[in-house]
Write a protein that binds this ligand. Sequence first.
Ligand SMILES: CC(C)(COP(=O)(O)OP(=O)(O)OC[C@H]1O[C@@H](n2cnc3c(N)ncnc32)[C@H](O)[C@@H]1OP(=O)(O)O)[C@@H](O)C(=O)NCCC(=O)NCCS
Length: 362
Amino acid sequence: MAQALPLAPVPAPPPAAPAERLFAHPDARVESADIGPRTRIWAFAHVLQGARIGADCNLCDHTFVKGGAVVGDRVTVKCGVQLWDGVTLENDVFVGPNATFTNDLFPRSRRGPAEPAHVSRAPTRVRRGASIGANATILPGVTIGAGAMVGAGAVVTRDVPPRAIVVGNPAAVTGYVDDRGAAGQPARLRAREIRQRQPVEQTPLIAGAQLYELPRISDARGHLSFAELDQSLPFPVVRYFLVFGVPSREVRGEHAHRTLGQFLVCVHGSCSVRLFDGDASEEILLNRPDLGLHIPPMVWTTEYKYSPDAVLLVLASDLYRDEDYIRDLDQYLALLAERPDGCEREPAPAPASCLTPSCLNP
Ligand SMILES: CC(C)(COP(=O)(O)OP(=O)(O)OC[C@H]1O[C@@H](n2cnc3c(N)ncnc32)[C@H](O)[C@@H]1OP(=O)(O)O)[C@@H](O)C(=O)NCCC(=O)NCCS
């Protein structure tokens, strides 16, 4: 019987080069062993046992990390921030000085040893690449979407959509990071506010979307605007729905459709519609009942900045089908990337008839 060869001893891994090691300031207290290489932990920081911290992070002075917190790679946590149990910061997150996380929505102090401690641990997640401004407060159970920007001093009470900019108390969406240039200046967003009727009936927008000047007939009795469903609109209308009574800070939409076409008319008040095609974006103010917006399939759409009196009429090319919705921005971008090279979006179909009042008889 052949004798088993002795196993070669497994060589011990070489000691990490100094630059690879965790750096902890002599005045920091680090009790967790689960910290990635090259992470720096500065003076008077306290990291409890069990806390998980990735590589290349920077935890500044006076940070406090509880054992149930999870921090990804390349995360920056500025001075005076506490990360409680249930807080997860994904890779490349930035947390500004004195930003405050919370994990108990309705805190109560314990009134005696007999009373059980009031414990509520709603998890908070900050998705990859998001930034939180100085002194912002994040309420429990909130998810801050990937790449989002929370303004200084904001009080975040609800989930923040991916790549949205939110400010104020309660924090509301004021824009999107994709609409800003590299130096932080508004660069790529074309905000359209068309107060006066335009001489042309249709204005092309990004991704095959189109603005329609609907006919308006005015006399002493008021105004009348209309469309002939089977001729004037870019698709046969199968369904309509109305959006109204929306608090102005509320974001609606935030999705794309695989096949559905939509035609939007803000018949009262105003709202803004942001179109994003995975590269460029464009924001349209709908503030007249004779201004229509055609949105073809596969355009990431956000409706927000509703006036309190806004009534948005949406004409749709199909019945409601949940599977037609793409609600995840990453999934939308992945689907766009899957398209074969040179596969352009279908051009918006021209309406069968002219829309000028002289051509149509209401
Ligand atoms: C949210 C933020 C990114 C917005 O920047 P911006 O898009 O350049 O904003 P603008 O300066 O163009 O301001 C747009 C409007 O929002 C308001 N605004 C901007 N930041 C705000 C904030 N944090 N809270 C309340 N309102 C804010 C402005 O007053 C302005 O209002 P107006 O249109 O009525 O005049 C920025 O203001 C911010 O808070 N950055 C975080 C800074 C920080 O904490 N850094 C930490 C590292 S030290």
